[in-house]
Ligand binder design. Structure first.
Ligand code: TPP
Ligand code: SF4
Length: 471
């Protein structure tokens, strides 16, 4: 008995337009519908619905999240493999599907897919090759056939002028890490059934943590090919398949299962990164500290990056979650630079700091750029040796410290960052000054300047004690 039913991995109703639709937004005869159905059926068969994260691309399949009753993310054009990589690193148990069109994967996202494949990310990629940019009305794609007429090749694609069709499965096959590479066709019912086998293997591989699987799907776009649904299926067999042969390029059945999750660094490795095996005594946190979203900004050469690393390393050895993200201006020395540091009691989703609750401004352009971004009630620490204007905001706390002068007085101008880091530590208690005292010497490569840096730190401590923050 043949049973026709909607796979459980699909929603019962597709509510995209607020109506109780039962059909998708795809044009009649479009291959995306077939590909979706095969994926949904395999999800059911493998009983992985609660683990799947479906990444929709930019393109006709942008609305995948209206159909798949799974986890869903929609990625920027061509960036689905990057998003998949991030998910893979964070979620060991998730089954991650990167679903991409040919403009998305072979055009704007070509670099992304190659590097994801070359890293052997344990993800499954379904690559819908319809030889055209569907969503935007039929421009030439990297996969467009020679002679094929499109909006942007009205007289047919010419190799010399427009390049030749890119065989993505063949390109993938030039890389060693992928475990499964197959090209399938949606031209006929038997071919669709065969395609389903490839879809299943590609997902089983991920369940078994074998690595990167890639399925290229020759798929009709009747609207932009300017054909009816039946002719478009025939065109796949007659025109597409000779150029893009249906083939299993690779199936490493014996690939070993691996865990791809990144383990948090243990203390040994952190200490090794700090260039020492010396034990660090961890002070207990005196009080529960608010999560820190810190922006440290200054000109290149003021040590804002190393100040950020210092704070992050302190938080790290104190067992807090932390990230450090550098952002450089166009010139390294003399240009503006800033570091974003987050310290949290919980795992951190993104290292970006858009709304800092602490701004450390080492020079005037930094204060100009970031003052308005500080969260109301936040703290701005200003290096008054260089910044000559007052903070305009009235809804934040301000602490001023002549960090450069303090460092200069001890004979090492470049340690202004250490002075201001010490002030930050004392003012917020987000990391302990005792930790900073132990981490600082480990972070300095030139051992002959350790003492002088500790002296700058002591001078900053004295300054903060003598100039308490105004409530
Ligand atoms: C960064 C960026 N560049 C360009 C676009 C415009 N755009 C939207 S869909 C699309 C083409 C998608 O074609 P394809 O990936 O082949 O998918 P299909 O629509 O054929 O399924 C383009 C160029 C965009 N949305 N974002
Ligand atoms: S334009 Fe082409 S790819 Fe897009 S939905 Fe219509 S038939 Fe499908």
């Amino acid at each position: 008995m043949i049973k026709y039913s909607k796979p459980g991995a699909f929603y019962d109703l597709f509510t995209r337009k607020g109506t109780e639709q039962q059909n998708t937004h795809y044009c009649p005869g479009c291959g995306h519908g077939n590909a979706h159905k095969l994926i949904a059926e395999v999800i059911d068969e493998l009983d992985i619905q609660n683990r799947v994260i479906f990444i929709s691309p930019v393109g006709c399949s942008v609305f995948g999240y209206y159909y798949f009753d799974t986890g869903n993310i929609q990625a920027a054009h061509g960036r689905a493999p990057a998003v998949a990589t991030g998910l893979r690193r964070a979620l060991d148990d998730a089954i991650i599907i990167s679903y991409q069109g040919d403009g998305d994967l072979a055009g704007i996202g070509l670099g992304g897919i190659i590097h994801a494949a070359n890293r052997g990310e344990n993800i499954t990629v379904f690559f819908i090759n319809n030889a055209i940019y569907g969503m935007t009305g039929g421009q030439m794609a990297p996969t467009t056939l020679l002679g094929q007429k499109t909006l942007t090749t009205p007289f047919g694609r010419e190799a010399g002028k427009d390049g030749s069709p890119i065989g993505m499965a063949e390109l993938m096959n030039a890389l060693s890490p992928p475990v499964f590479i197959e090209r399938v066709s949606l031209a006929t019912a038997p071919k669709i059934l065969k395609a389903k086998k490839a879809f299943k293997t590609a997902l089983v591989n991920q369940v078994e943590k074998k690595g990167f699987s890639f399925v290229e799907v020759l798929s009709p776009c009747p609207v932009n090919w300017k054909m009816n649904a039946v002719d478009s299926r025939k065109w796949i067999e007659d025109q597409l398949e000779p150029v893009f042969p249906v083939n299993n390029f690779r199936n490493r059945e014996d690939a070993e299962s691996q865990s791809f999750i990144q383990q948090p660094m243990d203390d040994e490795r952190v200490l090794a990164l700090l260039h020492s095996k010396k034990e660090i005594e961890l002070p207990k946190h005196a009080k529960k500290v608010e999560d820190q979203f810190i922006k440290i900004a200054g000109f290149g050469g003021q040590g804002v990056m190393s100040a950020g690393i210092l704070i992050a390393n302190c938080a790290n050895v104190e067992g807090r979650h932390t990230t450090w993200l550098p952002s450089y201006g166009p010139e390294m020395r003399g240009g503006t630079a800033n570091a974003s540091v987050i310290i949290s009691g919980r795992r951190i989703g993104t290292p970006l700091v858009d709304e800092p609750n602490v701004l450390i401004a080492m020079n005037t352009p930094s204060l100009d750029t970031f003052e308005e971004q500080v969260k109301p009630g936040g703290l701005i620490i200003v290096n008054t040796s260089i910044v000559k204007r007052a903070v305009k905001r009235k809804d934040v706390q301000v602490y001023t410290i002549p960090a450069t002068d303090l460092a200069k007085k001890e004979g090492v101008l470049a340690a202004a960052n250490v002075a201001i880091t010490a002030a930050y530590t004392l003012l917020t208690g987000a990391v302990q000054i005792a930790t900073l005292k132990q981490v600082l010497p480990l972070s300095i490569k030139r051992k002959d300047i350790i003492d002088i840096n500790l002296k700058v730190m002591a001078a900053a401590e004295r300054y903060v004690r003598d100039h308490p923050i105004q409530a």
